[in-house]
Design a protein around this ligand. Structure first.
Ligand code: ATP
Ligand code: MG
Length: 758
């Protein structure tokens, strides 16, 4: 408890007391004037009526006395400084006049004690009145004058010495009492004033302390908390303490919807919580929107009467006062605090306004920094993620290449064997080998979808709206018929305005969206809503696929694009999203996943808009014409692979020469002409490229087919420039090899030579 400091009575009178004194003196003078006038009239009227010459005989004296009284009264009103001194006239003038009047009126009757009693009473009154004036010298002076006159008058009245002394003692006692009370009064006033001053200082110190603590809390929050929502929640609490607001809500501007999105709040009444947290406040729909957008504070101490707060939320939860503080980022409003006083009329002083305005600016800067930081962090994460996926892609590509070689042998051999065997059992066994190998090939192909960096076909203009419609049609069975059969319901919706065409590949995009739709349906085992939303987003088209399914934990979300990552056990291969990722990336697009467990998931794709470019023209397919027996050179370092190719060709009546590497192939070419050359790409020594180039140099008319286990990663145009006429991927079927040869021969209109095998 702070103690009140000891105070000394001040020498000068407190201004308020001095004013009070002037007012008292004026009142006394007025009463005195009224009394004297009444006496004057009484003497005049009664004296006249009752024919008492003793009463009317002193009218001149009365008149003089009345005039003096009037003058003193006038002086006390006219001159403020003179007012206290008019009291002196009471002692100086009244007493002799009263005595004279008394003496003149009752010349025969006055007894000494009567005069003494009369005058002493009067003196006491004088000193008490003088006490009212509070100046010590004044009391003493009045008492001294009164004592001198008393002595003189009593002497004239022949009063006894004892009576005179007792009168004087009485007068002295009264004077001491008055002086003492005056001293106490002045001291008391000084004390009261000191207490008041101290109280004001204490309140102001408390206010400063509260402000400093509040600001410190806000500064700590801004420097220590990086998560915007948490920071805003804490600042709401600090603001509530700082400003004494009963509820504080923080909003962030949602530029897309031109509204304020509720983000955090402090001390919200329970019944309001739901409405407050789900209702955006439209910037253009409330009166304070303009002030806010121009970065100004806005307040009202009578919200119910103000049309500026004409929004249903404010009307449903009526409050008396509110203050809206903009959060500024480079003079642009990024959000606002809404401070509420439910029943109190809160007046807002300049200092408080300046304080909250500064806080608004600081918080605005914080929001901007947090946004930049978040963006940076996201970019870093995205980069690390992309890097991991790239490494995985490289590894997967190598694995796929080796698998393709093996599958090529298995498939080729199985097909050849089944063509030569008559045993139904062997054929059945061979069929299951072929089916398994084809399944394996499909898996490898999906892996290669993920690893492929270049599109398989020239890109075209694709209408995503049409792709979405096709995909929903293609998957209808899953979300309609089968769902009904299982007794669950899906609501599937397409939203958004028509969007411009994107650069892409319709088939690839159909595959990507089909994978997303299937995943969404898988995630909504008990039914739900699937929404595909299309929108133009700058230079790109955005496509969101949202489900209300199980959602994902952050750990799962991190890994969804990795090949073979699946939570569906044997029901999922874990390749769906890696295929989607591969497709979107090689189309120059972007993909993002947002998910909340128990709420749902949104996959967002961005694809570049096709501003001009070729129409989705039908691509130039090589015409395939039936061919006669041809002489073919097959080059592959893997004996099993080259023999499979050779056997397939020979089974069609073509003749084949095998070479295990590039050098021997070139020697064979030197020796004899061939109708076509089938060469592997990756071989020790000379590669498939070298072989193709050498063939074109030495025998320009000979078509070359390049067989690669790297899927579609070889660019067709690039290959054509390097002398390759036909590209074939491993694993291949016998039909692929046949078609390859036909296209080779048709590529330059060359007729087969009909050479026979050696
Ligand atoms: N919409 C979604 N909601 C919840 N989880 C999802 C969603 N989409 C993908 N996932 C998660 O991501 C994992 C990988 O998905 P991906 O499509 O790559 O493989 P899959 O669906 O498991 O198998 P596949 O698609 O090859 O049959 C899924 O197993 C699932 O856990
Ligand atoms: Mg899937």
């Amino acid at each position: 408890m702070p103690t009140v400091p000891a105070v000394e009575a001040p020498r000068a009178l407190h201004p308020e007391l001095a004013d009070e004194r002037v007012r008292s003196v004026r009142k006394i003078n007025l009463v005195r004037l009224c009394g004297v006038s009444a006496f004057f009239l009484l003497f005049l009227v009664l004296g006249g009526l009752m024919r008492m010459p003793a009463w009317t005989g002193n009218l001149e004296l009365f008149a003089v006395y009345w005039v003096i009284t009037c003058g003193v009264f006038w002086a006390s009103r006219r001159f403020e400084r003179l007012a206290p001194f008019t009291g002196v006239t009471i002692a100086l003038v009244d007493m002799p006049v009263v005595f004279l009047l008394q003496w003149a009126t009752f010349p025969t009757s006055p007894s000494a004690s009567g005069v003494a009693g009369f005058t002493v009473g009067f003196y006491v009154l004088l000193v008490i009145l003088a006490g009212l004036f509070l100046e010590r010298w004044y009391i003493l002076f009045t008492a001294a004058v009164a004592a001198a006159l008393e002595v003189l008058l009593q002497h004239l009245a022949d009063v006894s010495l004892g009576a005179m002394i007792s009168t004087l003692i009485l007068l002295a006692l009264t004077t001491v009492a008055c002086t003492y009370s005056r001293g106490r009064l002045v001291e008391l006033v000084a004390r009261v004033e000191a207490v008041a001053q101290h109280e004001t200082a204490r309140r102001s110190a408390e206010e400063r302390l509260r402000e400093t603590t509040g600001l410190l809390g806000i500064a700590q929050t801004l420097s220590g908390v990086t998560e915007v929502q948490e920071a805003l929640r804490r600042i709401c609490r600090e603001l509530s303490r700082l400003m004494g607001a009963e509820t504080v809500a923080a909003y962030l501007v949602d530029p897309e919807r031109a509204s304020l999105r509720p983000t955090a709040a402090y001390h919200v009444p329970k019944e309001m919580l739901h409405d407050l947290s789900t209702t955006p406040v439209p910037l253009a729909g409330v009166g304070f929107g303009d002030a806010l957008q121009s970065g100004h504070l806005f307040w009202s101490d009578s919200v119910p009467e103000s049309s500026d707060f004409d929004f249903w939320l404010f009307r449903r939860y009526p409050h008396q006062s509110s203050l809206v503080v903009p959060l500024l980022v480079d003079h642009r409003v990024a959000g606002a605090f809404y401070l509420v006083w439910w029943t109190r009329r809160r007046t807002f002083d300049r200092a408080a306004m300046t304080l909250v305005e500064a806080i608004g600016q600081q918080v605005g800067k914080f929001i901007e920094n947090a946004r930049l930081y978040e963006e940076l962090e996201k970019n870093q994460q995205r980069q690390a993620h992309a890097e991991r996926l790239r490494a995985l892609g490289e590894m997967a590509a190598g694995v796929a290449h080796d698998f393709n070689n093996m599958l090529a042998i298995i498939l080729g051999r199985a097909e050849l064997l089944s063509a030569t065997t008559d045993s139904p059992d062997t054929r059945r066994a061979l069929r299951s080998i072929t089916t398994a190998a084809q399944d394996g090939a499909r898996t490898v192909k999906r892996i290669q979808e993920f690893t492929r960096r270049k599109p398989p076909r020239p890109l075209e203009r694709v209408d995503l709206g049409v792709v979405v419609r096709d995909v929903l049609e293609m998957t209808r069975a899953r979300w309609e018929d089968q769902a009904h059969a299982r007794g669950i319901g899906y609501e599937v919706r397409v939203e958004g305005a028509p969007v411009p065409p994107v650069i892409g590949d319709a088939a690839d995009l159909r595959e990507a969206l089909t994978n997303l739709v299937f995943n969404a349906l898988d995630a909504m085992a008990a039914g739900g809503h699937l929404t595909v939303r299309l929108a133009e987003d700058g230079e790109r088209v955005r496509c969101e696929v949202t489900d209300t399914g199980a959602g994902m934990t952050p750990d799962v979300r991190e890994r969804v694009f990795e090949p073979f990552f699946s939570t569906k056990l044997e029901k999922g291969s874990g390749l769906g999203l890696s295929v989607v990722y591969g497709i979107i990336k090689r189309l120059g697009g972007d993909i993002l996943v947002e998910s909340t467990p128990g709420i749902g998931t949104t996959f967002t794709l961005w694809l570049p808009i096709a501003f001009d470019g070729p129409d989705p023209a039908t691509r130039d397919r090589h015409a395939v014409t039936p061919v006669q027996a041809a002489r073919v050179l097959v080059v592959d370092d893997e004996a099993a692979v080259r023999e499979v190719i050779g056997d397939i060709l020979m089974s069609d009546g073509h003749s084949v020469v095998y070479c295990p590497d590039g050098a021997s192939a070139l020697r064979a070419l030197e020796a004899d002409p061939f109708d076509a050359v089938f060469t592997d790409l990756g071989m020790p020594g000379l590669s498939g490229w070298d072989v193709a180039r050498a063939v074109k140099r030495r025998r320009p008319g000979t078509p070359v087919s390049l067989i690669t286990g790297w899927g579609d990663s070889v660019d067709a145009t690039d290959a054509a420039h390097r002398g390759v006429d036909v590209l074939l991927s491993k694993p291949f079927s016998s039909a692929d090899i046949r078609e390859g040869l036909e296209r080779c021969l048709a590529s330059n209109g060359q007729r087969p030579s009909g050479a026979t095998s050696p």
